[in-house]
Design a protein around this ligand. Structure first.
Ligand code: F6P
Length: 542
């Protein structure tokens, strides 16, 4: 029998539908007017983060029904199954145990009967020793010169986490090291990242879980040639290349000394891997202590997610509010708006985390869903976005929910800058919620003909995440918050957030197109007429 999706048949879901039909249109203006305490009541705190969700379009009743839904889909036992290391990634038959990457020494987490925590800490200790050597100048290049540059080669989870964390924690980084990140197979990425670097002073980290990803392997090969071309000795690879991978054989076949491989495990998904050895570039930049503080932040949020009651549980609340926005209010995208320049790559990082995880159309047992799943994530740091796409969020025809992220303290206090920044962040959430009515505009002297253009409907939902300042621990907590929000939503939508079959087809087709592009003769092109014509055109103009 063809499996059927269950979600919409659940009484808890039907209750939410009925509730939405009754009061889904209520305006935030009225909700705030009716409850002077709303701004204080609709808030929760955990692991150094304060979440204000009072500007989400929910009532006490909405929250009660969403929490009923969480119980109906058995969220609590599903969280436990993840933390216990069960093989919850069903299509790949493995655990999804990123929480073990930040478990405290001595904690016991077993996979297939084996405690994985000692191995996690053994790798962390090796990373720490290696990072200290490089940072202290004890790890030298082939000709004895100090390493001044570190280039991380990787893509997807092997790039986005490292580059985001480096940018986010740059304030804490050793400025003597130049950090670069190469991801794209477009040669420009490599060329621009290395054009001003001296190979004798450059260390490459080849970061790839599988050590078979086409882009990373092409860039690693180019790096090898670039390095050996200058240094002229195969033995230089041992001083200028280290690998981060689960695939020991492929690392050795590439010529990297097995002693220079930092391993991790198949139960760490690529987009969940920044706390593993994939974070080696992060540790090189910020040092062991800051890296461990970041892991501490992750762990604090893990504990909060596992232990806090759902009504005060940040990832659960954010997950449920996201379901409400997506499935009931019709918001198909979430804008992530960090009012913190150091988080400029955070939206890009979240895109892979959220969309590769929850961009799925079938349930865990293969039924085609009859409801929306993961929304589109996007964003830019404030205030830049205000002068770009905020117009659409305020006055466009589609509903976008926003996550505003802000910090009470600046890392670079400069005159009034931080107050200006914070004032903008808070002003935007108020403007999005309450808008500006025709009456208010008239009272301000707006002529009638201009009113339709100047009216702000408001009622645009936002969550505000506030922390004291952007520290390594806060970054860890923030990332873990979104990881667990994604998990919470995947449980509601009954999908597997830990596989990514949707990236396979394009990879396979590229493998077929490459020979057609590279061959000189007119081949019997076995592709569709559009692809054939494009191949021919590219070839003629090469
Ligand atoms: O894009 C698919 C993907 O498998 C991601 O999930 C992963 O983060 C990325 O490729 C890189 O994979 P690897 O670390 O194995 O090179």
């Amino acid at each position: 029998m063809t499996p059927q999706p269950r979600l919409r048949t659940l009484p808890a879901w039907k209750a939410l539908e009925a509730h939405h039909a009754r009061c889904g249109g209520e305006h935030l203006r009225d909700l705030f007017a009716a409850d002077p305490e709303r701004g204080e009541r609709f808030a929760a705190e955990g692991a150094g983060l304060y979440l204000d969700y009072s500007k989400q379009r929910v009532t006490d009743e909405t929250l009660r029904l969403l929490l009923d839904l969480a119980r109906a889909v058995e969220l609590r036992p599903r969280i436990e199954a993840m933390f216990r290391g069960e093989a919850i990634n069903l299509t790949e038959r493995r655990a999804a145990l990123h929480v073990a990457l930040r478990a405290a020494r001595g904690q016991v987490i077993t996979v297939d009967g084996q405690d994985v925590v000692p191995a996690v800490h053994a790798v962390l200790d090796r990373m720490a020793a290696f990072s200290a050597q490089v940072r202290d100048g004890d790890w030298r290049g082939h000709d004895g010169r100090r390493i001044q540059n570190v280039v991380n080669i990787g893509i997807g989870g092997s790039d986005l986490g490292p580059v985001m964390a480096y940018e986010a924690l740059r304030h804490y980084s050793d400025r003597r090291l130049t950090m670069r990140f190469v991801a794209n197979v477009d040669g420009t990425d490599f060329a621009e990242a290395t054009r001003d670097l001296d190979p004798a002073e450059t260390l490459f980290i080849v970061a790839s879980k599988t050590f078979s990803t086409q882009e990373t392997m092409a860039n690693a090969q180019t790096a090898r040639e670039w390095c050996l071309g200058a240094l002229g000795d195969e033995r230089a690879v041992a001083r200028h290349f280290v690998a981060v991978s689960t695939n020991a054989e492929a690392v050795a076949a590439f010529g990297i000394d097995p002693a220079n491989r930092f391993g991790f495990w198949d139960w760490v998904g690529g987009r969940y891997s920044m706390g593993s050895a994939i974070g080696l570039s992060t540790m090189l930049a910020i040092g062991e202590d800051c890296f461990r503080a970041m892991l501490g932040g992750f762990h604090a949020m893990d504990e909060h997610f596992r232990g806090a009651p759902f009504e005060r549980n940040l990832p659960v609340l954010m997950g449920l509010l996201g379901v409400w926005n997506c499935n009931f209010l019709g918001a198909r995208s979430v804008a992530v708006l960090p009012y913190e320049q150091y988080l400029k790559r955070f939206p890009a990082y979240l895109q892979q985390l959220t969309m590769e995880s929850n961009g799925k159309r079938v349930t865990r047992d293969g039924a085609v869903v009859d409801y929306q799943t993961g929304p589109v994530y996007w964003g830019e740091p404030g205030t830049n976005g205000q002068h770009s796409f905020y117009q659409l969020i305020h006055q466009g025809t589609q509903l976008v929910s926003c996550d505003v992220i802000a910090f009470a303290q600046a890392l670079n206090p400069l005159g009034r800058h931080h107050d200006l920044l914070l004032a903008n962040a808070l002003a935007q959430t108020a403007a999005l919620a309450f808008g500006k009515t025709a009456d208010e505009l008239r009272a301000d002297g707006t002529p009638d003909w201009l009113l339709p253009h100047r009216v702000f409907e408001g009622n645009r939902p936002t969550s505000t995440l506030l922390a004291q300042r952007l520290t390594p621990a806060v970054l860890g907590a923030l990332v873990a918050l979104y990881e667990h929000q994604v998990f919470t939503q995947s449980v509601i939508w009954d999908i597997n957030p830990f596989d990514q079959w949707g990236v396979e087809l394009g990879k396979a087709l590229a493998g077929h197109i490459l020979p057609a592009l590279e061959s000189g003769a007119e081949p019997a092109l076995g592709h569709d007429s559009s692809t054939n014509a494009l191949i021919r055109r590219c070839r003629e103009r090469r």
